[in-house]
Design a binder for this molecule. Structure first.
Ligand code: EPU
Length: 430
Protein backbone atom coordinates (compact mmCIF):
# COMPACT_ATOMS: atom_id res chain seq x y z
CA UNK A 1 0.00 0.00 0.00
CA UNK A 2 1.21 3.53 -0.71
CA UNK A 3 0.18 6.46 1.41
CA UNK A 4 -0.67 9.80 -0.09
CA UNK A 5 0.11 13.07 1.63
CA UNK A 6 -0.36 16.73 0.92
CA UNK A 7 2.67 18.95 1.36
CA UNK A 8 1.94 22.68 1.56
CA UNK A 9 4.31 25.61 2.05
CA UNK A 10 3.31 28.99 3.39
CA UNK A 11 1.54 30.76 0.55
CA UNK A 12 0.00 34.16 1.14
CA UNK A 13 -1.70 36.41 -1.42
CA UNK A 14 -3.87 33.82 -3.17
CA UNK A 15 -4.84 35.12 -6.63
CA UNK A 16 -7.02 33.88 -9.50
CA UNK A 17 -10.27 31.99 -9.97
CA UNK A 18 -11.52 28.73 -8.52
CA UNK A 19 -14.59 26.86 -9.72
CA UNK A 20 -16.67 25.08 -7.11
CA UNK A 21 -17.89 21.54 -7.86
CA UNK A 22 -21.39 20.15 -7.41
CA UNK A 23 -22.59 19.62 -3.85
CA UNK A 24 -21.43 16.37 -2.26
CA UNK A 25 -24.39 15.99 0.07
CA UNK A 26 -26.94 16.73 -2.68
CA UNK A 27 -25.32 14.27 -5.03
CA UNK A 28 -25.31 11.45 -2.48
CA UNK A 29 -28.99 11.95 -1.65
CA UNK A 30 -30.04 12.29 -5.28
CA UNK A 31 -28.08 9.20 -6.42
CA UNK A 32 -29.81 7.13 -3.74
CA UNK A 33 -33.22 8.66 -4.56
CA UNK A 34 -32.91 7.50 -8.18
CA UNK A 35 -33.48 3.97 -6.83
CA UNK A 36 -37.03 4.99 -5.89
CA UNK A 37 -37.57 6.91 -9.13
CA UNK A 38 -37.12 3.57 -10.90
CA UNK A 39 -36.22 5.05 -14.31
CA UNK A 40 -32.91 6.22 -15.85
CA UNK A 41 -31.79 9.73 -14.91
CA UNK A 42 -28.92 11.91 -16.07
CA UNK A 43 -27.25 13.85 -13.30
CA UNK A 44 -25.00 16.79 -14.19
CA UNK A 45 -22.45 18.76 -12.17
CA UNK A 46 -21.52 15.62 -10.22
CA UNK A 47 -18.37 16.24 -8.15
CA UNK A 48 -15.38 14.00 -8.82
CA UNK A 49 -14.83 12.92 -5.21
CA UNK A 50 -14.36 9.56 -3.57
CA UNK A 51 -17.68 9.58 -1.65
CA UNK A 52 -19.50 9.78 -4.99
CA UNK A 53 -17.40 6.91 -6.43
CA UNK A 54 -18.21 4.91 -3.31
CA UNK A 55 -21.96 5.57 -3.67
CA UNK A 56 -21.73 4.53 -7.34
CA UNK A 57 -19.99 1.28 -6.34
CA UNK A 58 -22.72 0.55 -3.79
CA UNK A 59 -25.45 1.24 -6.36
CA UNK A 60 -23.69 -0.99 -8.93
CA UNK A 61 -23.65 -3.84 -6.42
CA UNK A 62 -27.44 -3.47 -6.12
CA UNK A 63 -27.75 -3.82 -9.90
CA UNK A 64 -27.88 -0.13 -10.89
CA UNK A 65 -26.12 0.66 -14.18
CA UNK A 66 -23.95 3.75 -14.09
CA UNK A 67 -22.25 5.35 -17.09
CA UNK A 68 -20.23 8.52 -17.49
CA UNK A 69 -21.92 10.53 -20.21
CA UNK A 70 -19.73 13.63 -20.07
CA UNK A 71 -17.36 15.41 -17.76
CA UNK A 72 -19.15 15.43 -14.39
CA UNK A 73 -22.33 13.91 -15.88
CA UNK A 74 -23.55 10.40 -15.21
CA UNK A 75 -26.43 8.29 -16.40
CA UNK A 76 -27.93 6.20 -13.62
CA UNK A 77 -30.26 3.37 -14.63
CA UNK A 78 -31.96 1.69 -11.63
CA UNK A 79 -34.38 -0.52 -13.61
CA UNK A 80 -32.54 -3.78 -13.01
CA UNK A 81 -32.00 -3.66 -9.26
CA UNK A 82 -31.92 -7.22 -7.98
CA UNK A 83 -31.30 -6.78 -4.24
CA UNK A 84 -33.03 -5.00 -1.40
CA UNK A 85 -30.36 -5.92 1.10
CA UNK A 86 -27.31 -3.69 0.99
CA UNK A 87 -24.84 -5.28 3.35
CA UNK A 88 -21.60 -4.41 1.64
CA UNK A 89 -18.36 -3.33 3.23
CA UNK A 90 -18.60 -0.04 1.31
CA UNK A 91 -21.74 0.90 3.26
CA UNK A 92 -19.80 1.20 6.48
CA UNK A 93 -17.59 3.93 5.05
CA UNK A 94 -20.25 6.45 4.16
CA UNK A 95 -23.04 7.97 6.18
CA UNK A 96 -25.26 8.78 3.22
CA UNK A 97 -25.58 5.10 2.31
CA UNK A 98 -28.54 5.04 4.74
CA UNK A 99 -30.63 6.89 2.16
CA UNK A 100 -30.94 3.50 0.49
CA UNK A 101 -33.28 2.49 3.33
CA UNK A 102 -35.98 4.89 2.16
CA UNK A 103 -35.25 4.53 -1.55
CA UNK A 104 -35.46 0.71 -1.54
CA UNK A 105 -38.43 0.75 0.86
CA UNK A 106 -40.33 3.14 -1.39
CA UNK A 107 -39.74 1.05 -4.49
CA UNK A 108 -39.81 -2.54 -3.16
CA UNK A 109 -41.57 -2.36 0.22
CA UNK A 110 -38.48 -3.51 2.12
CA UNK A 111 -34.82 -2.76 2.68
CA UNK A 112 -31.94 -3.95 4.86
CA UNK A 113 -28.90 -1.75 5.07
CA UNK A 114 -25.62 -2.09 6.97
CA UNK A 115 -25.25 0.78 9.39
CA UNK A 116 -23.13 3.56 8.04
CA UNK A 117 -19.81 5.03 9.10
CA UNK A 118 -18.67 8.45 7.93
CA UNK A 119 -16.90 11.06 10.07
CA UNK A 120 -16.64 10.30 13.80
CA UNK A 121 -18.44 13.10 15.66
CA UNK A 122 -19.55 11.04 18.65
CA UNK A 123 -22.95 9.40 18.74
CA UNK A 124 -24.80 9.53 15.43
CA UNK A 125 -28.25 8.17 16.31
CA UNK A 126 -30.98 7.29 13.79
CA UNK A 127 -34.04 7.54 16.04
CA UNK A 128 -35.51 10.40 13.97
CA UNK A 129 -35.16 8.39 10.74
CA UNK A 130 -37.02 5.54 12.43
CA UNK A 131 -39.69 8.01 13.61
CA UNK A 132 -40.17 9.12 10.01
CA UNK A 133 -40.44 5.55 8.65
CA UNK A 134 -42.86 4.52 11.40
CA UNK A 135 -45.08 7.53 10.73
CA UNK A 136 -45.55 6.08 7.22
CA UNK A 137 -46.46 2.67 8.60
CA UNK A 138 -43.10 0.90 8.23
CA UNK A 139 -41.66 -1.51 10.77
CA UNK A 140 -37.99 -0.97 11.59
CA UNK A 141 -35.45 -2.96 13.50
CA UNK A 142 -31.69 -2.98 13.89
CA UNK A 143 -29.99 -6.30 14.54
CA UNK A 144 -26.26 -6.95 14.38
CA UNK A 145 -25.49 -3.65 12.68
CA UNK A 146 -28.14 -4.09 9.97
CA UNK A 147 -31.23 -1.89 9.93
CA UNK A 148 -34.30 -3.31 8.21
CA UNK A 149 -37.47 -1.49 7.23
CA UNK A 150 -40.56 -3.10 5.84
CA UNK A 151 -43.98 -1.97 4.64
CA UNK A 152 -45.79 -3.27 1.60
CA UNK A 153 -48.05 -0.25 1.43
CA UNK A 154 -46.64 3.01 2.79
CA UNK A 155 -49.26 5.55 3.84
CA UNK A 156 -48.67 9.26 4.32
CA UNK A 157 -48.37 10.42 7.92
CA UNK A 158 -47.35 13.34 10.09
CA UNK A 159 -43.93 13.44 11.71
CA UNK A 160 -42.45 16.05 14.02
CA UNK A 161 -38.65 15.75 14.16
CA UNK A 162 -37.40 16.20 17.74
CA UNK A 163 -34.05 17.40 16.41
CA UNK A 164 -33.44 19.10 13.10
CA UNK A 165 -31.86 16.32 11.10
CA UNK A 166 -30.80 16.51 7.45
CA UNK A 167 -30.66 12.73 7.16
CA UNK A 168 -34.05 12.09 8.79
CA UNK A 169 -35.69 14.83 6.68
CA UNK A 170 -34.26 13.33 3.49
CA UNK A 171 -35.08 9.72 4.39
CA UNK A 172 -38.67 10.64 5.31
CA UNK A 173 -39.09 12.70 2.14
CA UNK A 174 -37.86 9.85 -0.09
CA UNK A 175 -40.04 7.28 1.71
CA UNK A 176 -43.10 9.54 1.38
CA UNK A 177 -42.75 10.40 -2.28
CA UNK A 178 -44.65 7.35 -3.54
CA UNK A 179 -46.67 6.64 -0.38
CA UNK A 180 -50.44 6.83 -0.53
CA UNK A 181 -51.70 10.21 0.67
CA UNK A 182 -49.97 13.18 2.25
CA UNK A 183 -46.96 13.28 4.57
CA UNK A 184 -46.13 16.31 6.66
CA UNK A 185 -42.62 16.69 8.06
CA UNK A 186 -42.47 19.30 10.81
CA UNK A 187 -39.26 20.85 12.13
CA UNK A 188 -37.60 19.74 8.90
CA UNK A 189 -33.99 20.55 7.97
CA UNK A 190 -33.68 23.47 5.54
CA UNK A 191 -30.19 22.84 4.14
CA UNK A 192 -29.63 23.59 0.44
CA UNK A 193 -29.25 19.88 -0.30
CA UNK A 194 -32.69 19.15 1.20
CA UNK A 195 -34.14 21.68 -1.26
CA UNK A 196 -32.04 20.26 -4.10
CA UNK A 197 -33.34 16.75 -3.47
CA UNK A 198 -36.95 18.00 -3.41
CA UNK A 199 -36.36 19.88 -6.68
CA UNK A 200 -34.90 16.75 -8.25
CA UNK A 201 -37.81 14.58 -7.12
CA UNK A 202 -40.33 17.20 -8.32
CA UNK A 203 -38.57 17.20 -11.72
CA UNK A 204 -39.24 13.44 -11.74
CA UNK A 205 -42.96 14.03 -11.08
CA UNK A 206 -43.12 14.16 -7.28
CA UNK A 207 -45.38 16.61 -5.46
CA UNK A 208 -43.28 18.12 -2.65
CA UNK A 209 -43.89 21.59 -1.16
CA UNK A 210 -42.12 23.57 1.51
CA UNK A 211 -38.55 22.24 1.15
CA UNK A 212 -36.40 25.04 2.58
CA UNK A 213 -38.91 25.96 5.29
CA UNK A 214 -39.79 24.18 8.55
CA UNK A 215 -42.77 22.20 7.27
CA UNK A 216 -42.45 19.99 4.20
CA UNK A 217 -45.57 18.52 2.62
CA UNK A 218 -45.22 15.49 0.38
CA UNK A 219 -48.29 14.46 -1.59
CA UNK A 220 -47.61 10.89 -2.64
CA UNK A 221 -47.70 10.08 -6.36
CA UNK A 222 -48.22 6.67 -8.00
CA UNK A 223 -45.05 6.72 -10.06
CA UNK A 224 -42.06 8.85 -10.98
CA UNK A 225 -40.31 9.32 -14.31
CA UNK A 226 -36.64 9.69 -15.23
CA UNK A 227 -35.19 13.19 -15.66
CA UNK A 228 -32.04 15.16 -16.36
CA UNK A 229 -31.00 17.25 -13.39
CA UNK A 230 -28.10 19.51 -12.46
CA UNK A 231 -26.73 19.39 -8.91
CA UNK A 232 -26.35 22.72 -7.06
CA UNK A 233 -22.85 24.03 -6.23
CA UNK A 234 -21.25 22.87 -2.97
CA UNK A 235 -21.82 25.44 -0.22
CA UNK A 236 -19.05 24.04 1.97
CA UNK A 237 -16.41 23.77 -0.75
CA UNK A 238 -17.12 27.42 -1.60
CA UNK A 239 -16.94 28.40 2.08
CA UNK A 240 -13.63 26.58 2.46
CA UNK A 241 -12.00 28.62 -0.35
CA UNK A 242 -13.55 31.78 1.11
CA UNK A 243 -11.98 31.09 4.51
CA UNK A 244 -8.67 30.20 2.84
CA UNK A 245 -8.64 33.49 0.95
CA UNK A 246 -9.25 35.56 4.09
CA UNK A 247 -6.68 33.59 6.11
CA UNK A 248 -4.03 33.95 3.39
CA UNK A 249 -4.87 37.62 2.61
CA UNK A 250 -5.90 36.66 -0.91
CA UNK A 251 -8.07 38.18 -3.58
CA UNK A 252 -9.85 35.40 -5.44
CA UNK A 253 -12.98 34.89 -7.50
CA UNK A 254 -14.96 31.79 -6.59
CA UNK A 255 -17.29 30.72 -9.40
CA UNK A 256 -20.23 28.31 -9.66
CA UNK A 257 -21.74 29.33 -6.32
CA UNK A 258 -25.18 30.32 -5.07
CA UNK A 259 -24.35 33.47 -3.04
CA UNK A 260 -27.53 33.12 -0.93
CA UNK A 261 -26.13 29.86 0.52
CA UNK A 262 -22.99 31.67 1.65
CA UNK A 263 -24.56 34.40 3.79
CA UNK A 264 -23.77 33.05 7.26
CA UNK A 265 -20.21 32.26 6.20
CA UNK A 266 -19.75 35.70 4.61
CA UNK A 267 -21.06 37.41 7.76
CA UNK A 268 -18.39 35.80 9.93
CA UNK A 269 -15.60 36.31 7.39
CA UNK A 270 -16.52 40.01 7.16
CA UNK A 271 -16.41 40.22 10.96
CA UNK A 272 -12.77 39.06 11.00
CA UNK A 273 -11.80 41.51 8.25
CA UNK A 274 -12.56 39.83 4.93
CA UNK A 275 -14.11 41.72 2.02
CA UNK A 276 -16.80 39.85 0.16
CA UNK A 277 -18.55 40.89 -3.01
CA UNK A 278 -21.43 38.90 -4.48
CA UNK A 279 -22.13 38.51 -8.19
CA UNK A 280 -24.84 36.45 -9.83
CA UNK A 281 -23.13 33.08 -9.50
CA UNK A 282 -19.72 33.97 -8.15
CA UNK A 283 -18.20 35.69 -5.17
CA UNK A 284 -14.98 37.69 -4.77
CA UNK A 285 -13.22 37.24 -1.45
CA UNK A 286 -10.27 39.37 -0.49
CA UNK A 287 -8.51 40.59 2.59
CA UNK A 288 -6.09 43.48 2.81
CA UNK A 289 -6.04 43.79 6.62
CA UNK A 290 -2.71 43.29 8.31
CA UNK A 291 -4.42 42.17 11.50
CA UNK A 292 -7.51 40.01 11.47
CA UNK A 293 -10.09 40.45 14.23
CA UNK A 294 -11.47 37.81 16.60
CA UNK A 295 -15.11 36.73 16.49
CA UNK A 296 -17.47 34.25 18.10
CA UNK A 297 -19.21 31.55 16.09
CA UNK A 298 -22.00 29.13 16.91
CA UNK A 299 -22.81 26.40 14.45
CA UNK A 300 -26.47 25.74 13.75
CA UNK A 301 -28.70 24.09 11.17
CA UNK A 302 -29.19 26.13 7.97
CA UNK A 303 -29.48 29.11 7.62
CA UNK A 304 -27.14 29.25 10.63
CA UNK A 305 -23.38 28.95 10.38
CA UNK A 306 -22.74 25.41 9.08
CA UNK A 307 -21.08 22.85 11.32
CA UNK A 308 -19.22 21.65 8.21
CA UNK A 309 -17.38 25.02 8.16
CA UNK A 310 -16.50 24.95 11.87
CA UNK A 311 -12.97 23.44 11.61
CA UNK A 312 -11.99 25.75 8.72
CA UNK A 313 -13.21 28.76 10.74
CA UNK A 314 -11.23 27.66 13.80
CA UNK A 315 -8.08 27.41 11.65
CA UNK A 316 -8.66 31.00 10.51
CA UNK A 317 -9.45 32.27 14.02
CA UNK A 318 -6.24 30.72 15.32
CA UNK A 319 -4.33 33.66 13.79
CA UNK A 320 -6.91 36.41 14.50
CA UNK A 321 -6.13 39.07 17.07
CA UNK A 322 -7.82 38.35 20.42
CA UNK A 323 -9.82 35.48 21.86
CA UNK A 324 -12.62 33.84 19.89
CA UNK A 325 -15.19 31.35 21.09
CA UNK A 326 -16.62 28.69 18.81
CA UNK A 327 -19.62 26.68 19.98
CA UNK A 328 -20.54 23.48 18.17
CA UNK A 329 -24.33 23.43 18.12
CA UNK A 330 -24.92 20.41 15.91
CA UNK A 331 -22.53 17.55 16.73
CA UNK A 332 -21.69 16.18 20.13
CA UNK A 333 -17.98 15.89 19.48
CA UNK A 334 -16.44 17.72 16.55
CA UNK A 335 -13.21 19.09 17.99
CA UNK A 336 -10.98 16.02 17.67
CA UNK A 337 -8.84 17.83 15.11
CA UNK A 338 -7.83 20.60 17.54
CA UNK A 339 -4.79 18.57 18.62
CA UNK A 340 -3.50 18.86 15.02
CA UNK A 341 -3.86 22.65 15.02
CA UNK A 342 -2.13 22.76 18.41
CA UNK A 343 0.81 20.89 16.90
CA UNK A 344 1.10 23.85 14.52
CA UNK A 345 1.19 26.33 17.40
CA UNK A 346 -2.52 27.23 17.68
CA UNK A 347 -3.65 28.09 21.19
CA UNK A 348 -7.01 26.41 21.54
CA UNK A 349 -8.70 24.85 24.53
CA UNK A 350 -11.83 22.77 24.34
CA UNK A 351 -14.51 22.40 26.97
CA UNK A 352 -17.33 20.15 25.82
CA UNK A 353 -18.95 21.78 22.82
CA UNK A 354 -16.94 25.00 23.08
CA UNK A 355 -13.48 25.87 21.77
CA UNK A 356 -11.68 28.95 23.06
CA UNK A 357 -9.12 30.23 20.59
CA UNK A 358 -6.45 32.69 21.61
CA UNK A 359 -5.09 34.13 18.40
CA UNK A 360 -1.34 33.66 17.86
CA UNK A 361 0.93 35.72 15.57
CA UNK A 362 1.78 32.76 13.43
CA UNK A 363 1.41 29.02 13.03
CA UNK A 364 4.37 26.79 12.23
CA UNK A 365 4.31 23.97 9.68
CA UNK A 366 4.82 20.40 10.87
CA UNK A 367 3.46 16.88 10.26
CA UNK A 368 -0.28 16.67 10.91
CA UNK A 369 -3.20 14.36 10.15
CA UNK A 370 -6.52 14.91 8.54
CA UNK A 371 -8.76 13.34 11.19
CA UNK A 372 -11.94 13.74 9.13
CA UNK A 373 -13.14 15.49 5.99
CA UNK A 374 -13.58 19.10 7.17
CA UNK A 375 -10.78 18.76 9.72
CA UNK A 376 -8.58 17.96 6.71
CA UNK A 377 -9.65 21.20 5.04
CA UNK A 378 -8.82 23.04 8.27
CA UNK A 379 -5.23 21.79 8.35
CA UNK A 380 -4.83 22.68 4.67
CA UNK A 381 -5.88 26.28 5.51
CA UNK A 382 -3.54 26.25 8.50
CA UNK A 383 -0.77 25.04 6.18
CA UNK A 384 -1.24 28.04 3.84
CA UNK A 385 -0.57 30.49 6.64
CA UNK A 386 1.97 28.54 8.70
CA UNK A 387 5.69 29.32 8.51
CA UNK A 388 7.55 26.61 6.60
CA UNK A 389 6.18 23.28 5.43
CA UNK A 390 3.08 21.40 6.57
CA UNK A 391 2.79 17.75 5.68
CA UNK A 392 -0.74 16.33 5.95
CA UNK A 393 -1.39 12.59 6.30
CA UNK A 394 -4.64 10.62 5.88
CA UNK A 395 -5.73 12.76 2.96
CA UNK A 396 -8.22 10.10 1.91
CA UNK A 397 -10.60 11.98 4.22
CA UNK A 398 -10.09 15.18 2.21
CA UNK A 399 -10.58 13.34 -1.08
CA UNK A 400 -14.00 12.16 0.13
CA UNK A 401 -15.42 15.64 -0.31
CA UNK A 402 -13.04 18.01 -2.13
CA UNK A 403 -12.58 17.67 -5.87
CA UNK A 404 -8.91 18.21 -6.79
CA UNK A 405 -8.13 20.47 -3.85
CA UNK A 406 -4.42 20.38 -4.69
CA UNK A 407 -4.95 21.44 -8.32
CA UNK A 408 -7.43 24.16 -7.38
CA UNK A 409 -5.15 25.67 -4.71
CA UNK A 410 -2.10 25.43 -7.02
CA UNK A 411 -4.03 27.48 -9.57
CA UNK A 412 -4.51 30.13 -6.89
CA UNK A 413 -0.74 30.31 -6.45
CA UNK A 414 -0.40 28.00 -3.45
CA UNK A 415 2.81 26.00 -3.15
CA UNK A 416 1.10 22.64 -2.62
CA UNK A 417 1.50 19.12 -3.93
CA UNK A 418 0.25 15.61 -3.30
CA UNK A 419 3.02 13.07 -2.78
CA UNK A 420 2.74 9.33 -2.70
CA UNK A 421 5.07 7.64 -0.29
CA UNK A 422 6.12 4.20 -1.46
CA UNK A 423 6.67 1.88 1.53
CA UNK A 424 10.28 0.88 2.16
CA UNK A 425 9.73 -2.86 1.52
CA UNK A 426 8.46 -2.01 -1.94
CA UNK A 427 11.52 0.10 -2.73
CA UNK A 428 13.83 -2.71 -1.64
CA UNK A 429 12.09 -5.40 -3.70
CA UNK A 430 11.51 -3.22 -6.76
N1 EPU B 1 -29.65 13.29 15.16
C1 EPU B 1 -30.40 12.60 16.10
N2 EPU B 1 -31.20 11.57 15.66
C2 EPU B 1 -31.30 11.22 14.36
C3 EPU B 1 -30.53 11.93 13.41
C4 EPU B 1 -29.70 12.95 13.84
O1 EPU B 1 -30.34 12.89 17.30
O2 EPU B 1 -32.05 10.30 14.05
C5 EPU B 1 -28.78 14.40 15.61
C6 EPU B 1 -27.31 14.13 15.30
O3 EPU B 1 -26.70 13.37 16.32
C7 EPU B 1 -26.78 15.55 15.21
C8 EPU B 1 -27.93 16.33 14.61
O4 EPU B 1 -29.10 15.54 14.82
O5 EPU B 1 -26.51 16.02 16.50
C9 EPU B 1 -27.81 16.64 13.12
O6 EPU B 1 -27.60 15.44 12.39
P1 EPU B 1 -28.09 15.26 10.88
O7 EPU B 1 -28.98 14.09 10.82
O8 EPU B 1 -28.58 16.58 10.39
O9 EPU B 1 -26.73 14.92 10.15
P2 EPU B 1 -26.51 13.91 8.93
O10 EPU B 1 -27.70 13.91 8.05
O11 EPU B 1 -26.01 12.61 9.45
C10 EPU B 1 -25.57 15.69 7.28
C11 EPU B 1 -24.31 15.87 6.47
C12 EPU B 1 -23.15 16.22 7.39
C13 EPU B 1 -23.50 17.48 8.19
C14 EPU B 1 -24.84 17.31 8.91
C15 EPU B 1 -25.32 18.58 9.60
C16 EPU B 1 -24.70 14.35 4.63
C17 EPU B 1 -24.31 13.11 3.93
N3 EPU B 1 -24.03 14.63 5.75
O12 EPU B 1 -25.32 14.63 8.18
O13 EPU B 1 -22.06 16.51 6.52
O14 EPU B 1 -22.51 17.74 9.16
O15 EPU B 1 -25.86 16.91 7.99
O16 EPU B 1 -25.45 19.61 8.68
O17 EPU B 1 -25.54 15.09 4.16
C18 EPU B 1 -19.85 16.71 5.83
O18 EPU B 1 -20.25 16.91 4.67
O19 EPU B 1 -18.65 16.91 6.19
C19 EPU B 1 -20.78 16.21 6.84
C20 EPU B 1 -20.40 15.61 7.94
Amino acid sequence: MSSKKIVVNKSLNLRGTVKVAGAKNSTLAILAAIVCVGEPCIIENVPDISDVSLMCRILSKLGVEIDMVGKNSIKVDPRNINLTCANFDEMRHMRASYYLLSALLSRFGEASVAMPGGCDFGLRPMDQHVKGFEALGAECETVGGITSVKCKHLKGGRVYLDVISVGATINTMIAAVRAEGTTIIENAAKEPHVVDLANFLNTCGADIHGAGIDVITVNGVKSLKGATYQIIPDQIEAGTYMAASVAARGNILITNVIPKHLESISAKLREVGGEIEYFEDSVRVSCSQKKLRRCNVKTMPYPGFPTDMQPQMVALLSICDGTSMVTEGVWESRFRYISELRRMGAKVSVDGRMAVIEGVRELVGTNVKSVDLRAGAAVVIAGLIAEGTTCIENINHIERGYEDIVGKLSNLGVDIKAVTEVPREKVLTA
